[in-house]
Design a binder for this molecule. Structure first.
Ligand code: FB9
Length: 507
């Protein structure tokens, strides 16, 4: 039984390279016919780790050596054991700290570490004797056997320590038993002491210089599996769900609207949608206005005039809102509160380019200065579907919405009349959620108002059906998350991302 202590004494000259170590092992093999890794390490004061490294390189040379692994139970010192091995046992330290006239027990108890144990052991060893309330040395010098035994273990000579002592020291948490793997090396059938350094890399220089012809290469293991734990990227669950919704829209023949502008002008976010300038959603309590640049610079003037007119005096059969519409208000920059702003831009462009029926969708971040709670952050991802065609009616809208939600396994839908400044009629969408045993609001929808579409130049007989929902709500329900901060933000548990299989929408 050989013992090691993680503290002192090993491998003073940690310098010798693996190549030299390999050479030393081969010479020792030549001499002794067998090399035991830990013993060899001790004999040349080299760390067992380095020896094992050298043995592994020799092993990779083919049949120069044979290597057998044996599990070896050995002893090593604990932190405290190491302290005793180097500083001496507590009782020995107490004895050596005592002046010939001794010291009061009270004083030792107050000032000497592990005093109780040290006093007890020193008294038991009859190193001290009591004189009144003092203890005095009972002899001139003592032999600190505990330290000696632990130093023996340090030096890997645990066999020289009696088993009952080892059991006692283990109980005193001075040493612990550890298992180490020891390598037994013997000569292989291609044994040689002269090893040529095997190159692991075929480099450009070798090829250009032709050096490769005279070089011995490590055998290439073409069968070696690439790193198994190849960690591929992971989509955040929300982004995973976004790609599922995206796929659904694409399968339904929709094309994605460009949503890469979080900063929008109040004009496209509100005015173009016929949302009056004094609408509560437009005040800073609900909307994040941008300080710098505070104002937009480019709104198509002729279109702006039409919007102004529609808001202030109406038109297209509407009386408008009868208020003084402010260009300045419309020019304010803000963080878009809905992707419907993008729908407005796309419908305007569609009218400018010459109308044709389209199916658009968008899924991206929108920002609302709302009171934060378990289901609301200051931003969420809005999903929006827009279908523009001739004479579409609310029936078509309901059909579109049914078709869409069917694709995500939601069949039982109910529509509840609602109000949006930019759609008439408008409907909130509800679905009966078996798991939650209740009707859940799953979105909003409506037919865009003529006051929104006409000024853009969308033809009279064209109607536009649209609906919207969030990405976070379905994600929370599908992942069984009750607090949105566990889904989005710094508190998301990485496991949710790493070991979360692609969230399948059970068709
Ligand atoms: O997502 C929402 N709910 C939802 C959706 C799916 C779902 O799936 C489950 C697996 C079964 C579960 C829930 N909602 C919309 C409804 C509510 O959560 C609502 O309280 C919160 N809404 C957000 C806005 O909050 C201020 C969700 C968000 C929302 C609301 C409206 C629209 C978009 C997102 C819209 C619109 C619209 C209307 C007309 C024309 C164009 C767009």
């Amino acid at each position: 039984m050989r013992a090691r202590c993680q503290s002192g004494g090993l491998g003073h000259n940690m310098g010798s390279s693996v190549m030299d170590l390999q050479q030393e092992i081969l010479f020792s093999l030549e001499k002794d016919g067998v090399v035991i890794s830990n013993e060899f390490g001790e004999s040349i004061k080299e760390s067992h780790q380095k020896i094992v490294g050298a043995i592994k390189s020799l092993e990779s040379l083919g049949n120069v050596v044979n290597v057998k692994q044996n599990a070896l139970k050995t002893w090593e010192c604990t932190e405290e054991g190491t302290g005793v091995a180097t500083e001496g046992s507590h009782e020995a330290r107490l004895f050596n700290s005592l002046p010939p006239e001794g010291r009061s027990v009270a004083d030792i108890k107050d000032n000497f570490p592990n005093s109780n144990f040290a006093l007890g052991a020193a008294m038991k060893n009859k190193w001290l004797k009591k004189e009144g309330e003092k203890v005095v040395p009972a002899m001139t010098s003592i032999e600190d056997q505990v330290q000696k035994y632990l130093q023996a273990i340090t030096a890997g000579a645990a066999d020289s320590v009696p088993d009952n002592v080892k059991v006692e020291y283990k109980k005193r948490k001075l040493i612990r038993e550890v298992e180490m793997t020891v390598f037994e090396v013997t000569k292989g059938n291609e044994f040689t002491t002269s090893i040529v350094k095997q190159e692991g890399e075929l480099t450009k220089e070798m090829i250009e210089s032709g050096q490769w012809k005279k070089t011995t290469f490590k055998p290439f293991n073409f069968k070696s599996k690439g790193r198994v734990d190849q960690r591929s990227g992971y989509l955040h669950p929300l982004m995973q769900l976004r790609s599922e919704f995206r796929q659904i829209f694409l399968e339904m023949g929709f094309s994605e609207m460009p949503t890469n502008n979080f900063v929008e002008s109040a004009f496209w976010n509100f005015d173009a949608l016929f949302q009056p300038q004094q609408h509560p959603a437009r005040d800073a309590h609900d909307t994040f206005y941008v300080a710098e640049p505070g104002k937009t610079i480019n709104v198509p003037e002729d279109y702006l005039q039409k919007v102004k007119k529609t808001h202030s005096v109406g038109g297209y059969g509407s009386i408008g809102y009868q208020y003084d519409w402010s260009r300045d208000e419309a020019h304010k920059n803000l963080l878009r509160t809905h992707t419907t702003a993008v729908s407005a831009r796309m419908l305007y462009k569609l009218a400018q380019d010459g109308f044709q029926p389209v199916k658009f969708f968008s899924i991206d971040r929108v920002f609302r200065n709302e009171t934060l709670d378990a289901t609301h952050l200051a931003e969420f991802n809005q999903i929006e579907g827009v279908v523009a065609d001739y004479n579409l009616s609310i029936k078509n809208l309901m059909g579109l919405i049914k078709g869409f939600f069917e694709k995500i396994g939601i069949t039982k839908l109910r529509f509840k009349p609602a109000y949006n400044p930019y759609t008439e009629p408008s409907m909130e969408i509800f679905s009966y959620h078996e798991g939650l045993q209740k009707w859940v609001e799953v979105g909003n929808s409506g037919m865009f108002r003529p006051e929104m579409l006409r000024p853009m130049g969308i033809p009279e007989n064209v109607t536009v059906a649209a609906w919207g929902l969030s990405l976070e709500r379905p994600a929370m329900i599908m992942y069984g998350i009750n607090n949105i901060r566990e889904l989005v933000g710094p508190r998301v548990k990485m496991e949710l991302i790493l070991d979360n299989p692609v969230c399948t929408i059970d068709k």
